[in-house]
Design a protein around this ligand. Structure first.
Ligand SMILES: [Zn+2]
Length: 285
């Protein structure tokens, strides 16, 4: 028996349930499915719970006609922590326009180590390989901050993309921004200190979060940055001593964002400026 508030769409014959229970976010296999093709009702229900496709900057940036054409096919889905949105070498069935969740794009080596190559939040979409034509990539995409997103079937996305209209233009610009972030991440990981990398990572995450708090263990941050846990502990200790963050048992609170911006390398500002230049809305809400 599920706990939490269940809401049913009583206006459609095939009623499905939306469960507002944050425990669900811990279960990668459980997904709120809203029926494609009749989602005007589903989106309406989502709206009752504060979910709106326009919480995604790309969808919000579409002209009305383009937006309304895909709106009936958008499905609200919970994005629980640890959910694999995309596996390396596997073609995705949907693209995911994120709203409140954050997804880490990462490469996993054969020895089991991983490095984050990009972070994606409400400004973007997971699944660029589908419309770029390659189908698959070497990267995985995993939810690192639980929340929600709206997904769209790959076939529907391709159909819209090949109209060569506003969505195509937005997605290409987004892809350029994503490539900028990926290349700058490579530079940062090679040339800048762990403290600077941690500042960059915190600020990139902060731009995609509604608050100044996040849950993340030092081990996971080390995995994201491709450095040892001890190095993350040293770097986090320095930032804490400087009064920039508070770090307690996997819970990070950013106390002084301007201080982090003063401490970070040029990689953060460069990437953010490109995102703000290329995309329809500033990165930070
Ligand atoms: Zn850097």
């Amino acid at each position: 028996m599920e706990q939490g508030l269940n809401v049913c769409d009583t206006t459609t014959p095939n009623t499905r349930t939306i469960t507002r229970n944050t425990d669900n976010l811990k279960s990668p296999s459980r997904e709120t499915r809203l029926p494609a093709g009749r989602v005007s009702g589903a989106v309406r229900i989502a709206g009752l719970y504060g979910h709106n496709p326009k919480q995604n900057n790309l969808l919000a940036g579409l002209p009305v006609d383009d937006y309304e054409r895909i709106l009936p096919f958008l499905e609200l889905v919970p994005m629980p922590l640890g959910m694999a949105v995309c596996e390396a070498g596997v073609e995705m069935e949907h693209v995911y326009f994120l709203t409140s969740s954050i997804v880490s794009q990462l490469y996993e080596s054969r020895d089991g180590t991983a490095t984050e190559t990009a972070v994606i939040g409400h400004e973007g979409v997971v699944g660029v390989t589908l419309f770029m034509g390659g189908g698959t990539s070497l990267n995985r995409a995993v939810v690192k901050s639980a929340g929600y997103g709206f997904r769209l079937k790959a076939s529907r996305l391709k159909e819209e993309f090949y109209r060569a209209g506003a969505l195509q233009s937005l997605l290409l610009r987004y892809t350029q921004a994503l490539l900028t972030q990926m290349s700058q991440t490579a530079v940062c990981n090679r040339h800048h200190s762990v403290v600077q990398q941690l500042c960059r990572w915190l600020l990139l995450s902060l731009d995609r979060l509604p608050s100044n708090e996040m849950s993340m263990t030092q081990e996971l941050i080390g995995n994201m940055l491709g450095v040892r846990r001890e190095s993350v502990a040293d770097a986090a200790g320095k930032l804490q001593d400087e009064g920039l963050i508070q770090y307690t048992r996997g819970h990070i609170t950013v106390l002084n964002r301007p201080g982090l911006e003063a401490r970070v390398c040029e990689c953060y500002a460069g990437v953010k400026a490109e995102y703000d230049r290329l995309l329809p809305a500033p990165l930070k809400r």
